[in-house]
Design a protein around this ligand. Structure first.
Ligand code: G4P
Length: 533
């Protein structure tokens, strides 16, 4: 197959959702359609079901499972789909944000009973920032959920994106009859008999076709016509380019567990979703069809193997062709490296991969050379942008409880931070190490892993910070002055960038007023919209 065809064939995306909305179920149905698995139940939910406290086996299991299912590749109708897994637990949200930097589009699953939940808003914020095309799947239509029109309003309001239904449910809950596919103008009827559910596609010319009256009773047919009329009146015609530009999110309705509406979603997805997109490498834009290989590491996973030195770095190929055993240039360390056992993942199997193209994600065995955001090329000195850190929500100072193991602790902390388990901020004055996370669970993970993998013990002292703000200014003096005056509230991130640790929103607002020449950013990368359309 020609080089360009290889790239055009690929679709790399993630399914994101609030826990329990149905991400695992939908993933599994996609894999069944793609023939990557043969039986239901093969994909294990990677969420930690019990309330987290100290159930470390569960954490370990979670780590193991998410390595195995980190990337699931399958072919459907000659399209090579790379589905990147995201952690189910909200405390691992930072991991999800990073995974979103490696995909070209997203399917967002929303539970029709619960509507848009907090975590979904946050994830959508990241997609919006990066202009990632999003398709929304409203799941669990077999349950008595919210009114679909209300849901569309809620999606627009809470997710701050224009939506456009491409399918429409006929009733809901126990009266759910199926969906009308607005995009393809056909009816997909939901028939249950005993314990099985079947899809039945009925082609109709348009919504006024008498065929509709044959398939549905009068009340349902009238209501559907009314609804579609309203939709066509309220929403503009759907344009694929608006979706690809991240300006509009098409919406589908269905029921994952019943495998209803899933095939339509997948079919539309492979038709409209973006092929691998160009990426910003600071000095220039890298196009997927460029002949020379480039790629970046967006995730590092310590192996479940107790020999913690072995890790897997996940690399997204951005251009050219990755080849096994070929030397590539690691731009941060200025070294050449080659990989004899790069792997791809297929459900729970790992396979050695000989070559990979833009859009592919490969796992590279790592003995501690990689950091999140590292770039590999064929010699060009560049670094991909768009893998920012976001302000953590919980801050604690790391306290060394075994001074005899200081070295081990330092090493362990530094490696865990490179993996992206949490963020580390260090104060210059006292050299205090402040760990920032999005959830309490990370502190348990850090404590446990430091002890078990590095033999170092620590405790955490809670700190009352509201958020971390990366600071910048055109005037270097202004920054120096700020750091001097606010020394109690300034720390430095892993790349030695100064960060203001605000104790409350009020203090943040006041400080901003006091220092008009300083810019405060909630992400480590100052510019937004790192992805090129
Ligand atoms: P997640 O990965 O987003 O956390 O969600 P997951 O797929 O694990 O689904 C959460 C629960 O919702 C599961 O039930 C699943 O069976 C159910 N579910 C998924 N899709 C639908 C749907 O379309 N309709 C209905 N009614 N339920 C759905 P569970 O009881 O938590 O787990 P399980 O024992 O069924 O696996």
């Amino acid at each position: 197959m020609s080089f360009d065809k290889e790239i055009e064939k690929r679709r790399t995306f993630a399914i994101i959702a609030h826990p329990d909305a149905g991400k695992t179920t939908l993933t599994e149905k996609f894999l069944l359609y793609g023939g990557a698995i043969q039986t239901a139940g093969a994909v294990k939910s990677n969420k930690i079901k019990k309330s987290a406290t100290s159930d470390f086996m569960e954490i370990e299991k979670q780590r193991g499972i998410s390595v195995a299912t980190s990337v699931m590749s399958f072919e459907y109708k000659n399209v090579l789909v790379n589905l990147l897994d995201t952690p189910g637990h909200k405390d691992f949200a930072e991991d999800t944000y990073r995974t979103l930097t490696a995909v070209d589009s997203v399917i967002l699953v929303v539970d029709c009973v619960k509507g848009v939940e907090m975590q979904t808003e946050k994830l959508m914020e990241v997609c919006r920032m990066r202009k990632t095309p999003v398709i929304i799947f409203v799941n669990k239509m077999d349950r008595d959920g919210k009114d679909p029109f209300d849901l569309l309003d809620e999606l627009e309001q809470k997710l701050d994106i224009k939506v456009r239904p491409l399918s429409w449910p006929i009733n809901k809950g126990t009266f759910f009859k199926g969906v009308y596919n607005i995009f393809d103008k056909n009816l997909n009827l939901y028939r249950t008999s005993g314990t099985t559910v079947e899809e039945e596609f009925v082609a109709i010319q348009d919504i006024n076709s008498p065929e509709l009256d044959k398939q549905l009773d009068k009340r349902d047919a009238d209501k559907l016509r009314e609804d579609i009329d309203l939709i066509e009146g309220v929403y503009d015609d759907f344009k694929v380019t608006d979706y690809l530009n991240g300006d509009i999110a098409p919406v589908f309705f269905g029921s994952g567990v019943n495998n209803f509406g899933v095939r339509e979603l997948l079919e539309t997805f492979i038709r409209i979703s973006p092929v691998p997109r160009p990426r910003n490498a600071g000095d220039r834009i890298i196009y997927p069809t460029e002949p020379k290989f480039t790629g970046f590491v967006f995730k590092i996973h310590a192996n479940i193997d107790p020999n913690h030195r072995s890790r897997i770095a996940f690399l997204r190929v951005c251009s050219g062709k990755f080849e096994r055993n070929k030397f590539f240039y690691h731009t941060r360390s200025n070294k050449n490296m080659r990989f004899s056992n790069p792997v791809t993942f297929m459900a729970s199997d790992k396979n050695i991969v000989e070559d990979a193209y833009a859009g592919d994600v490969i796992g590279l065995n790592d003995t501690g050379n990689f950091k999140i955001g590292d770039t590999l090329t064929e010699g060009e000195k560049l670094t991909f942008k768009g893998i920012p850190s976001f302000s953590p929500e919980i801050f604690k100072e790391l306290v060394n409880t075994d001074p005899m193991k200081t070295k081990q602790l330092e090493k362990g902390v530094s490696q865990l931070m490179e993996e992206g388990v949490a963020q580390l901020f260090t104060t210059h004055l006292t050299n205090a190490k402040i760990i920032g996370t999005v959830g309490e669970l990370q502190f348990e993970v850090i404590q446990y892993r430091l002890l078990h993998e590095y033999g170092a013990s620590c405790s955490f002292k809670p700190m009352q910070y509201y958020k971390a703000f990366w600071i910048s200014s055109d005037d270097a003096n202004e920054i120096n002055q700020f750091i001097k005056t606010k020394y109690n509230y300034v720390a430095f991130d892993k790349d030695e960038n100064p960060v203001f640790l605000a104790t409350s929103e009020w203090i943040y607002t006041l400080t901003k007023q006091d220092y008009p020449k300083i810019n405060f950013h909630t992400t480590s990368e100052m510019e937004q919209d790192e992805i090129v359309k």
